[in-house]
Design a protein around this ligand. Structure first.
Ligand code: HEC
Length: 452
């Protein structure tokens, strides 16, 4: 069947029919999905990274016995797309990401039909072999560069999360100790210990530095945020980040790392640090393109003005003064955050939706990293338009008080309305070359697909 589908694949209608056709493995539209045959493979791929011992989720979902008691809750969470945490609208904007962990519509339907059928186990012989989870304690990227360790390791100040304590946001600051500018080619972040992994919900390392080339705009006087962009984020399943070819981040002398670590309850007293490992380009091999993280959107105190019992949209614009490739999108709002979009207003006047996070959840600070061939290439003069929606009504279950006015501020009961966006800059010549190269690769892929 699979082969036939491939041959017919060039005809769209046939492809759609093939997608519905039963494969040897999965249950067809009529058959009842079982845990061992249909559900376990999905949980292995999309859930176990967090739902296993020593990771951040409250329960393991590795076996039928573990998953069965949660069946109703699993259905509710996957149907509403709250799990896995991935909040990008599937019907608009770019859909190819490097770090996509969302479920497909088919996967959701399989889980829902399994639960509706009474969550049967199925034939034990169908159970896929257990997923092997790598020991994530070592420095994973060091091998790539023939090293045993990163070039620079920076640690947060230790924190003890007491058993049963409320969630904590820990924000110590550390010096990088650099005395000359250095280019970064990869970054890796990890909790210090296995137990630390249990309490570290996520960790963000921000790079703070005085940057003459990219000074903060006067209208972006964002207080504590001034020039402090996300350098690296640790979220489960994402440990390292390698810069795209020929590009890197520049660290300057006197720079600091500002941590923002979200610790949650681990059921016992646990003390840990988070470690940031930085891999530098050797001197003399500096990359051609500089990647800069920008704060875009409404970024000053006057820019956020949310009346009580209202859903409010707030907009901000960022002008690209040079051609660039937009690498990632990380919406940032607090408890009343509801949704955020990023659009590109091209010099021609045409507006294109790049991404829309329609289901924002303050607990999950996802950075959506575009796939290599999907990261938008935009000419200078493009305006990036960030729209944030805040829901300050009682309908928002996270809202601590719908009857108060909310303005800009650092506390979770205040609000913010910006995105962190990585841009890699290119001069006209490189930009044209990159556009051409991408066009050629696309044509090549189309030809290959037609030949299959
Ligand atoms: C990135 C980590 C991560 C991934 C991936 C993930 N989860 Fe979760 N899940 C969590 C955390 C942390 C919680 C507890 C906090 C919360 O409820 O948001 C949770 C909570 C849940 C709950 C609610 C438990 C309760 O107390 O009622 C369900 C059900 C669930 N997850 C199912 C899934 C399923 C099914 C998948 C895969 C399709 C999945 N999760 C993928 C981290 C994750």
């Amino acid at each position: 069947m699979k082969r036939v589908c491939k041959v017919l694949g060039i005809v769209a209608l046939a492809a759609a029919l093939c997608a519905l056709a039963p494969s040897a493995q999965a249950a067809g539209p009529g058959a009842t999905p079982t845990f061992t045959r249909d559900v376990a493979p999905i949980l292995q791929q999309k859930c176990e990274v967090c739902h296993r011992a020593d990771s951040i989720a409250p329960m393991s979902l590795r076996t039928f016995e573990e998953a069965r008691p949660w069946a109703r809750s699993i259905k509710a969470r996957v149907e509403s797309r709250q799990m896995p945490p991935w909040h990008i609208d599937k019907s608009v904007g770019i859909q190819e990401f490097k770090n996509d962990r969302s479920l497909t519509d088919e996967e959701i339907q399989t889980i829902v039909r399994w639960v509706d059928a009474g969550a049967p186990k199925g034939d034990p012989k169908d159970m896929p072999p257990p997923q092997a989870w790598p020991n994530e304690q070592g420095w994973l990227l060091a091998k790539l560069y023939g090293q045993t360790e990163p070039d620079l390791i920076i640690r947060s100040t230790p924190w003890t999360q007491k058993a049963g304590a409320n969630d904590t946001w820990w924000k110590p600051v550390a010096e990088t100790g650099l005395t000359e500018p250095r280019w970064v080619r990869a970054i890796e972040l990890r909790p210090g210990t296995v137990k630390g992994r249990k309490i570290t919900h996520h960790a963000i390392a921000r790079l703070q530095q005085e940057d003459p080339e990219f000074p903060q705009n006067a209208d972006q006087d964002a207080g504590s945020l001034t020039n402090t962009g996300t350098f690296m984020e640790w979220a489960v399943g994402k440990q390292g980040e390698i810069m795209r070819p020929k590009s890197g981040k520049l660290m300057l002398p006197g720079s600091k790392i500002v941590w923002d670590i979200h610790y949650s309850n681990g059921g016992e007293d646990i003390t840990d640090v988070v470690e940031l490992g930085i891999y530098l380009y050797p001197k003399g091999q500096e990359p051609k393109h500089r990647q800069v993280l920008h704060l875009m959107g409404a970024t000053n105190a006057g820019g956020v003005d949310i009346p009580p019992n209202t859903v409010k949209a707030t907009q901000g614009f960022f002008a690209l003064r040079e051609n660039g490739r937009v690498e990632s999108f990380q919406p940032h709002m607090h408890l009343r955050g509801k949704a955020m979009s990023m659009e590109a207003v091209l010099p021609s006047g045409q507006t294109v939706v790049l991404s829309y996070a329609n289901n924002f959840n303050f607990n999950w600070h996802n950075s959506y990293v575009y796939a290599d061939e999907a990261a938008p290439l935009l000419p200078k003069g493009t305006l990036l338009k960030i729209t944030a929606w805040h829901d300050n009504t009682a309908a928002n279950r996270s809202n601590p008080d719908p009857n108060v006015w909310v303005g800009y501020g650092d506390r979770t009961v205040d609000e913010m309305a910006h995105a962190w966006v990585n841009v890699t800059y290119m001069n006209d010549e490189d930009y044209k070359a990159e556009l051409e190269a991408r066009k050629a690769r696309r044509a090549q892929r189309t030809t290959e697909q037609q030949q299959q």
